[in-house]
Design a binder for this molecule. Structure first.
Ligand SMILES: Cc1cc2nc3c(=O)[nH]c(=O)nc-3n(C[C@H](O)[C@H](O)[C@H](O)COP(=O)(O)O)c2cc1C
Length: 236
């Protein structure tokens, strides 16, 4: 088996992408964003339906969304019953967790909190970190992905592939990202601010910008299972 330089380059981009949760205050040129979206739109989709729609928010629009969602989250922190007003339209996570997924989730959470020096029971610090989601972790660019509600669950698979392409195309250009399902709870605030149609459903958000290389939180290294543990090779 030979390995070409493009194989190496693609593997390098895939392996170096990780979720960044602290960005520099450095703008991203709109032409760069357009280039990333154009290349990402080469993603496959069932019968080439290309069901993705993406809203790119910067400057005042980004600020308006950040302000309103942070206010809503702070209200929930004070009055937890208000969370009932902000339900996701589809369940990204299971109602009941089981192993090994719950274990990996916990491991991920504690690794993140460890880097941020957040100890068990430090609810205020946890809430503050949760709020960082709703500031796009200070990234200057926010992306929101929506789908027409009439589309099936497969369209969300298509959008996930589009999103992964964006994350890789961004990484190849020196940019970083964090996919953010956290925004989905606040679709009723966000969609009107985006001017979205009534048929649109919020699928995910994403932070995009230049990573802060000095931020501890960006040092998080997430493990992966070995191929032998998740792949089954069957020949007869
Ligand atoms: C669809 C999706 C939604 C996610 N939502 C969030 C989020 O709301 N906030 C966050 O901090 N990370 C979020 N993540 C990032 C995951 O925690 C991260 O991908 C995982 O821990 C693996 O780490 P890595 O991306 O650095 O490889 C999300 C990831 C995916 C794929």
């Amino acid at each position: 088996m030979t390995t070409s330089s493009s194989t190496h380059a693609i593997d390098q981009v895939i392996q170096s992408r990780h979720s960044v949760r602290a960005f520099l205050d450095q703008p991203v040129h709109v032409n760069m964003i357009k280039e990333i979206l154009a290349v990402a739109a080469r993603a496959p989709s069932g019968t080439n339906t290309q069901p993705w729609k993406v809203y790119v928010v910067t400057e005042q629009k980004r600020q308006d969304i950040v302000q309103q969602v942070c206010d809503a989250q702070k209200d929930i922190n004070t009055h937890p019953s208000l969370s009932a007003d902000h339900q996701e339209t589809f369940a990204y996570y299971p109602q009941t967790w089981k192993s090994p997924y719950i274990d990996r989730r916990r491991q991920n959470g504690w690794a993140l909190y460890g880097l941020l020096d957040i100890q068990r029971g430090e609810k205020d610090k946890m809430a503050a970190q949760q709020l960082r989601n709703f500031k796009f972790f200070d990234a200057p660019v926010g992306l929101f992905f929506t789908v027409d509600q009439s589309m099936g669950v497969g369209a969300k698979m298509d959008i996930a592939m589009f999103m992964q392409n964006i994350m890789l195309a961004a990484k190849a250009r020196g940019l970083d990202t964090c996919p953010q399902a956290a925004w989905n709870h606040f679709h009723s605030i966000i969609l009107p601010l985006l001017g979205a149609d009534e048929d649109e459903e919020l699928v995910c958000g994403m932070a995009l910008g230049y990573a802060d290389p000095k931020a501890q939180v960006n040092q998080l290294e997430t493990p992966r299972e070995a191929v032998e543990d998740f792949a089954h090779f069957l020949a007869k």
